[in-house]
Design a binder for this molecule. Sequence first.
Ligand code: HEM
Length: 216
Amino acid sequence: MNPAQIKAPLFLVCLLPLAYYLRGAWTDTLGEDPIDALTRGLGGWALAFLLLTLTLTPLRKHTAWAWLARLRRMIGLYAFFYASAHMASYLGLDQQFDWLAIIADVVKRPFMVAGMLGFALLLPLAITSNDLALRKLGGRRWQKLHRSVYLVGLLAVLHYSWMVKAEVAKPVACALLLAILLGWRLWWRVREGRRIIATGAARKPARRVILLTVRK
Ligand code: HEM
């Protein structure tokens, strides 16, 4: 599969939820409380894209679909895009940037702190998602920084589960999926660690570096 061929159509498909809510706002078909529907809908899609981003690596490792790695950045940026739109809808449309009212609301509904923390951690990931930032930070530091996406996932699920009072099925499903995705990473790291110890694979690149240095 050539990732270049699916990137453009996928980019458009990822805009469909936004188009749905814009159309709903335009035609006034979002229900009794359209602003709440918009804020919740965009938040739901932010979480969906976040979980999808975390699903791509396990899926790639267990299939021969190496091209999935080339989609991760775009899907991750869509998570950031929908989280930004979700926050903008809340701050701008719901609260009309009345900061005192926002503070009072956060005190009343502390689940929002988890969302804000999640967004604050997502922002540097979006800013450094380009090749220039990767080169400047260096692979190791970049990877270390981008591991905070796991914490973003935890905060987003906490934000959602904390908010819901009656219909717990969806937040429980999201928490379960996140637990599986994070658990898989832990299992994979242990497995890779064991494999490296068993085959001595970790020492091979080091030896090559020494040989190259000596030859120079
Ligand atoms: C990583 C960032 C975030 C994610 C993934 C996220 C996700 C979500 C989800 C899934 C919901 C529930 C939607 C539903 O009921 O179906 C929600 C609700 C909500 N979120 Fe977030 N959120 C994030 C950040 C924020 C931030 C930064 C704020 C505030 C500044 C915020 C404010 C809210 C509010 C007010 C609601 C409830 C809407 C209502 O019913 O009044 N969220 N969010």
